[in-house]
Write a protein that binds this ligand. Structure first.
Ligand code: 5GP
Ligand code: ZN
Length: 384
């Protein structure tokens, strides 16, 4: 089971720390955490640290906190513009969108929303605060280190200007002619996903949003409720854009220590003389296109096709067969990463070639496991 997450105002330096306040009481009295159990403390903005319980004081916990880590935000930020749903469906929408990974949620007073926050400033403020609390709780529940930002109440004019600021904007619309799955999607930047109210979007709203550059798309054949649409769209986007398979690095963020896994438990092996170990560690620069905790994809220095990318596990093994023997899951993940990168590079169709030269006789020159991803031209068979 993944460690529970508790939010603090700021992640403390490593060492002793007292978790008090509401979060401390919740951890001590409700979760009844015991000495030796592990948890994560996070600031809600992406910085977090692993921690171990030393003592449960009933109203709080005494902890030893490890080294803090700052997660790289997803290259593609998904902003949900949610028309105000009725009553408790409102909380459900925010909860599900947060659990499914929304980066930001903007409450929208759409023409046909039955719920109205625009009666008074006080009402709008209370509504936003409620959504913020719900997002925080849902982020904890789904073990997120980052709580989605919840904006203030937007009018349709505000949403139109958001569309202008975004890199792409989608209107989820059951009558949209283009399915989301075949709609071009950005791989980085700010993607707005606009969801109408129970009563549906007004024609005038659709016209204004499309006029600003938004595209109407439909999800599947089912008609979704306004409270579930965001979560379903986020799931589809997680797969279609690679948000769920790898962390794109444009530009490349801080390079994690070689081999230190997220909790600093196991250490991946590394060879100080190995070229790819040095690239993985950031000692030798490379044009990195994707990175996860366990693998890195970067462009080949001597490309043999318009797209030529190397997929390399962080763990040093002499070839992919050795990687598969040491860690079959990791070996499998190299193929899914290659496929995500291929799609992001636009070579998923008509197809790409993966090559794993194994041994000097097969022209292997770097003895650190890697897959060559080649595409953007036609191929012949047999290969040379
Ligand atoms: P192998 O021949 O071992 O299958 O593949 C090694 C690949 O690494 C070759 O395609 C080669 O062009 C690439 N390569 C060698 N040195 C570097 C480097 O310093 N940077 C990058 N990005 N690729 C390299
Ligand atoms: Zn290596």
């Amino acid at each position: 089971m993944t460690d529970p997450v508790f939010f603090v105002a700021a992640v403390p330096p490593s060492g002793a720390f007292e978790l008090d306040g509401d979060e401390g009481r919740h951890a001590a009295a409700v979760k009844r955490m015991r000495p030796g159990e592990t948890l994560v403390i996070a600031d809600g903005s992406g910085t977090w640290a692993p921690a171990t319980v030393i003592a449960n004081r009933g109203r709080g916990l005494s902890l030893t906190v490890g080294q803090a880590v700052t997660d790289e935000p997803p290259a593609l930020q998904v902003v949900i513009v949610q028309a105000l749903p009725k009553g408790e469906r409102s909380d459900l929408a925010v909860e599900l969108a947060t659990e499914a990974g929304a980066d930001e949620i903007i409450p929208w007073q759409a023409a046909r929303s039955v719920a109205r926050w625009d009666g008074s400033a006080d009402k709008a403020q209370r509504g936003t605060e409620k959504w913020r609390r719900t997002a925080r709780e849902a982020a904890k529940q789904s073990r997120r280190h980052t709580v989605p930002r919840v904006g203030t109440l937007a009018t349709t004019a505000d949403v139109v200007s958001e569309v202008g600021r975004a890199d792409a904007a989608l209107i989820l619309h059951e009558e949209g002619s283009v399915p989301l799955a075949s709609s071009p999607l950005p791989r980085a930047g700010r993607l707005l996903v606009i969801i109408g109210p129970e009563g549906g979007l007004a024609d005038e709203e659709i016209a204004r949003l499309e006029g600003a550059g938004a595209r109407a798309v439909r999800l599947g054949p089912e008609v979704l409720r306004t409270s579930t649409a965001a979560a379903v769209a986020l799931g589809a986007l997680g797969v279609l854009t690679g948000r769920w398979t790898w962390t794109a690095s444009y530009p490349v963020g801080p390079v994690p220590a070689v081999g230190a896994d997220r909790y600093g438990k196991g250490m991946a092996s590394s060879d100080p003389d190995c070229l790819f170990c040095k690239i993985v560690a950031g000692v030798i620069p490379a044009d990195i296109v994707a990175r996860t905790d366990t693998a890195v994809a970067f462009r080949d220095i001597d490309p043999q096709a318009p797209t030529h990318i190397l997929i390399v596990p962080v763990d040093h093994q002499p070839n992919v067969a050795a990687t598969a023997a040491a860690d079959p899951t990791l070996a499998g993940s190299l193929f899914t990463m290659a496929d995500s990168v291929a799609r992001a590079e636009g070579i998923g169709e008509p197809g790409y070639r993966l090559v794993a030269n194994t041994g000097a006789g097969a022209q292997q020159t770097v003895f650190h496991a890697h897959l060559h991803l080649l595409g953007g031209r036609s191929f012949t068979w047999p290969p040379g």
